[in-house]
Design a protein around this ligand. Sequence first.
Ligand code: AMP
Length: 194
Amino acid sequence: MTKVKSICVFCGASDGKNPQHMENAIAFGKMMAERGITLIYGGGRIGLMGAVADGVMQNGGSVVGIIPAHLDDIEVGHTGLSELIVCKSMHERKVEMFRRSDAFVTLAGGLGSLDEAFEAITLRQLGIHDKPMVFLNALGYWDKCFDMIDAIIDEGFARPSHKNLYTVANTLDEIFEQLAAEPAPRFDPREKLF
Ligand code: AMP
């Protein structure tokens, strides 16, 4: 695949209970900076979101934050970024984040991260983009989510091949290895579901 120059990272606006998640976010930001990959993210200073941005900025990298005006106070718009774009709505934020990135990575996070990750996956399922999507499953954080996907497939509401829409990394290094690998075959939106 073409070299990934920018990654959109979805992750929690909270710290989470296990400090390992914050440490991973900072370390992932550092690894992005070392590889010259720009971070595209939601623009906040709090939680894992702020940590990954700090990890990039503190190591000389480049960060573009995109935050809706109404969240600027709540998620504390990060003023130390290469660029902070204040947009009008959540939908505008998503469109900008999707448009500006070559790939998606989901670290540990909450319902907002789930929404963003699954939008990236489902738009790929429809053939609207073909950007890779990697979950970091550190500490097995997303295991129950993958169990749910297996249950959905067992019940006949998705195909086993839908699991090719994303990959799962157990370590930070694996994220970059998976992004460097050939992408999964593109989904044909004209294909019948079953
Ligand atoms: P969370 O994973 O819930 O901590 O949220 C992570 C990020 O997702 C935050 O920047 C939220 O503003 C954002 N978010 C929350 N709900 C949504 C949504 N419905 N669509 C897109 N982003 C959201």
